[in-house]
Design a protein around this ligand. Sequence first.
Ligand SMILES: C[S@@+](CC[C@H](N)C(=O)[O-])C[C@H]1O[C@@H](n2cnc3c(N)ncnc32)[C@H](O)[C@@H]1O
Length: 194
Amino acid sequence: MATAFIPPDYFRRYSVADIFGSGQECEVDLGCGDGGFLLAVAHQHPERLYIGVERLLGRLRKVCSRAEAQGLENVRGVRAESRYFLEWMLQAESVRRLHYLFPDPWPKERHHKKRFVQEDTVPVLYRVLAPEGELLFRTDHEEYYSWVCEIVGGSPLFRREEWTDLENYPATDFQRQWEAQGKTIYSARFVRNS
Ligand SMILES: C[S@@+](CC[C@H](N)C(=O)[O-])C[C@H]1O[C@@H](n2cnc3c(N)ncnc32)[C@H](O)[C@@H]1O
């Protein structure tokens, strides 16, 4: 089983079936890190398809080999930059859920331009999500939380809704670290308007 998806052509967009062999919709874990969340959620929902996107090769290799060792056939790992992957490598309306969990908050003001969520990221998220698809966001960083809520929640393309089943949502590797340090975790669920 080949868990790593190595795009044969970087200048075209891929369908879910191109990546998994079948299926119409998938979920994407942006910046999946060591994959603790990705593998847990893939076990929880074997009927769903999950792509982990990660730019660090060592982390992605670890995720793919763990997925293979655990016999997870519903996981693919892609070494790519998150925005490029969503904007240029996936077909429109092919994602049911985007998981954006404990991302780098780039706290210094001069680094804010490096943040993944910017005004011009919102149409990229909208394009790739299916109608009524979701962006699920969690962070320990209060200011970045407000930033994302203002930009995504303030856009007419999305609406913020209550996240009711959070207790069933697997913890991420970074989340465990922050919780062990007693940090507050902020969570938001945004739904794409049809
Ligand atoms: C703080 S870690 C969080 C990892 C994981 N989501 C968790 O909660 O345990 C952020 C991860 O996102 C990856 N990353 C950061 N920016 C990225 C980007 N633009 N594209 C892809 N991966 C990125 C980093 O390499 C790192 O593994």
